[in-house]
Ligand binder design. Structure first.
Ligand code: BDP
Length: 697
């Protein structure tokens, strides 16, 4: 054997930069020998006395993790033979403190027991124990009990049959439809592992703007092959459906949800699907929204449409997730009010296996939105949450935005529907209205890029979403800290720096992008600033519709003198936002048209405050760069360089955002840029030319 070659091979493998593929399941060896030894003493065996595939997965995941962290193979045995120092995996249905997927981990007399009521609980417990070690916490006297607060914790992929992803910024689709079902890309399993490790238990694999192809036998076989890979990880598969499928692939003349033949077609289709996938989760539906057909095309309502599908799935225990993201092409109406107006009257009219899925805000995944007014207002209909992980309005995969604070801001908002403390989280976890089903979804930010999410730090958004779906009481800070330790470094000062940078990133983005409650300054691709955009096929697809800048001031009046959208909230909420004097600044322009010269409670006029935010926001990206530079020694070189490069682009583009906004708004405000800020070096015309490049085909 040529030892030199072997050595070079090993050396190059060990020194290879980290490409991010392993996500937060890196399991690099624990450097501190004392800590490693302490963990190793409790991890001499993994005891599993079962052949259940899910339990087997749990044991193997533990083994993989321990192998990496401790640098030794921990055998999986059926029986520890009375020896201590083992990790015992056990299912015990008699655990009143746990729900079906919960776990308990106890370390007693140097035996760690992971107990679940089901194998799924044990699987989540195994990952929780690994997380404990990855974040270097003590396992002496370990006692952890946790159950998910929400039942259906899902990713929604907006992936198409041609491998493109609607609003995807990390490459192509993970699903290689043309190879399935024969070839199983190893990445499908890695995807399942990552999701299971954070508690995600469902995935919708195709775009809400759905193709009927997914319901053909040809595609169902492909979907079934994916389901087979996901099953041992506790992940169920769902499909987005095209409402007129009975016409497009069924040969019927109509897709009217009250037509018996149409109902029969869906019932037959459901039977067929469950032959392919016995534990199929159900359907996600976008109907009568942005041009997608739906029940209203036949004079029926959303409940009629959802109930027809629900009846087809019910015999198989499948569910329907019907989206509330709807708005009509009516330039005079306020789009903010659309979902509430269409759905609230239908409360109580949906079948038991229907969940209505609501985007967090009333418009569309903006950098900051007030919570959707529907939350709390449909006590007889389970409402699920839809967040967006892919950064459609958050600078794609170039700008750094850690989204946990966006999710938390919404979940912690108080709807006041049953008095103080009626948070959105309590609506969607079912505790407020005793919902029988609960759900939360994140529109996925994954793709075929080697590191899954394009921006290496955007993995944290996937991670934080899953963890919050499990337990919405976790803080953004705890989740950032966990993710950094598991993924980037365990060096305390760098952990602190990166966590801090993540936590501040969203507010920095808002400041240069949409401060004080501005929204939707985009058209087209939703990337470049276009606050001047005033032409489109429909008025609510222009930017001016949202900010309403004029010679008097800026902002959308949603009080009684304007669209009165505020009336959709409880009086306690209205009181917070109704009065421009007391409305919190982050929401000001969401609800009020404010004069340029109006003094805000910061002591500055609206115009000066806007400029201050645009300028300090753009400057703060420089701060992000400096912070990132300071952790270089503790970060893998490839990851470091990738983030540093993206931050440099972000810095350039933040200035561009700032210039676009201030130069454009200045045409209305007629005010100078306040000191100490310097006026942009370019003209509005020059910024517009730059932006036009992004719209070129
Ligand atoms: C919008 C996206 C569009 C989606 C739509 C939706 O721009 O691509 O299809 O949301 O959620 O934000 O249906």
């Amino acid at each position: 054997m040529n030892y030199k070659i072997v050595f070079l091979f090993l050396f190059s493998t060990l020194c290879r930069a980290d490409d991010g593929y392993r996500l937060w399941l890196k399991y690099d060896p624990i450097k501190d020998a004392g800590q490693r030894a302490a963990y190793a003493r409790s991890a001499q065996f993994i005891v599993l006395n079962s052949t259940s595939p899910v339990l087997k997965t749990a044991a193997e995941e533990l083994q993989t993790g321990l192998q990496g962290l401790l640098g030794k193979t921990v055998p999986i045995v059926a029986n520890a033979g009375g020896k201590t120092g083992s990790i015992v995996l056990t299912v015990n249905p008699n655990q009143p403190q746990l729900n079906e997927e919960g776990y308990q981990i106890l370390n007693r007399q140097n035996t760690i027991t992971i107990t679940g009521k089901t194998g799924f609980g044990v699987l989540y417990g195994a990952f929780a124990l690994l997380r404990h070690l990855q974040t270097r916490q003590s396992i002496a006297q370990l006692s952890l009990t946790s159950s998910p607060k929400i039942q259906h914790r899902m990713l929604n992929h907006w992936d198409n049959t041609d491998a493109s992803i609607e609003r995807g910024y990390a490459g192509e689709s993970l699903w290689k439809w043309y190879e399935l079902p024969e070839r199983i890309d190893p990445r499908y399993r890695e995807y399942a592992r990552a999701n299971a490790s954070i508690g995600i238990n469902g995935t919708v694999v195709n775009n809400v703007n759905a193709s009927s192809r997914f319901l053909t036998a040809e595609y169902l076989q492909k979907v079934a092959a994916l389901a087979n890979v996901f099953r041992p990880y506790g992940i169920k598969i769902y499909l987005s459906v095209y409402f007129p499928a009975p016409k497009t692939i069924g040969g019927l003349k109509t897709a009217d949800p009250l037509d018996p033949e149409v109902n029969q077609w869906w019932a037959d289709k459901a039977n067929e699907i469950y032959k392919f996938i016995p534990d199929f989760g159900g359907f996600l539906v976008k109907a009568n929204s942005e041009g997608q057909p739906g029940p209203q095309d036949y004079g029926r309502n959303h409940a009629d449409g959802a109930n027809m599908l629900a009846k087809a799935l019910a015999p198989h225990k499948g569910i329907v997730i019907w989206r509330a993201f709807v708005y009509k092409a009516d330039g005079k109406a306020d789009r903010f009010k659309a979902a509430y107006d269409e759905f609230k009257p239908l409360d109580g009219q949906f079948e038991k296996n229907v969940i209505v899925q609501v985007k967090n805000g009333p418009i569309d995944f903006q950098p900051r939105e007030p919570f959707s007014p529907i939350f709390g207002m449909m006590p007889k209909t389970p409402l699920g949450m839809e967040f967006q992980l892919t950064q459609e309005y958050l600078g794609f995969a170039t700008h750094l935005v850690y989204e946990a604070p966006i999710f938390k801001e919404c979940l912690d908002s108080d709807t006041y529907v049953s008095g103080k403390g009626s948070t959105v989280a309590k609506v969607i976890d079912g505790s407020l209205h005793d919902y029988t089903m609960t759900a939360i979804a994140g529109v996925a930010n994954t793709g075929s890029d080697r590191n899954w999410t394009g921006h290496p730090l955007a993995q944290a958004n996937w991670y934080a979403f899953g963890r919050l779906a499990w337990d919405h009481t976790l803080s953004s800070e705890v989740l950032a800290d966990e993710w950094v330790k598991m993924t980037l470094t365990n060096e305390p000062s760098s952990v602190k720096t990166v966590t801090d940078l993540l936590l501040k990133s969203r507010e920095i983005y808002v400041n240069y992008n949409t401060p004080l409650g501005l929204s939707r300054p985009w058209t087209g691709v939703h990337f470049a600033p276009e606050p001047w955009q005033n032409r489109s096929s429909r008025p609510d697809w222009t930017a001016v519709y949202y900010h309403r800048a004029d010679s008097v001031g800026l902002g959308f009046d949603r009080t009684a003198t304007g669209s009165n959208a505020l009336a959709q909230y409880r009086p306690e909420v209205q009181r917070q936002w109704n009065n421009p004097e007391t409305c919190p600044l982050p929401y000001l322009l969401w609800f009020h048209h404010i004069a340029w010269t109006k003094k805000l409670n910061t002591g500055r006029t609206l115009w000066d405050e806007l400029c201050t935010r645009f300028y300090t926001g753009a400057d703060s990206v420089g701060w992000l760069q400096k912070q990132w530079a300071s952790v270089k020694k503790d970060i893998d070189p490839e990851t470091f360089a990738s983030v540093a490069g993206r931050l440099a682009t972000q810095q350039k583009e933040a200035v561009w955002w700032r210039d676009a906004w201030v130069l454009y708004l200045q045409e209305f405000s007629k005010q100078p840029i306040p000191a100490p800020f310097k006026k942009p070096e370019r003209t509005l015309k020059e910024v517009k030319e730059l932006v036009n490049i992004y719209q070129l085909r």
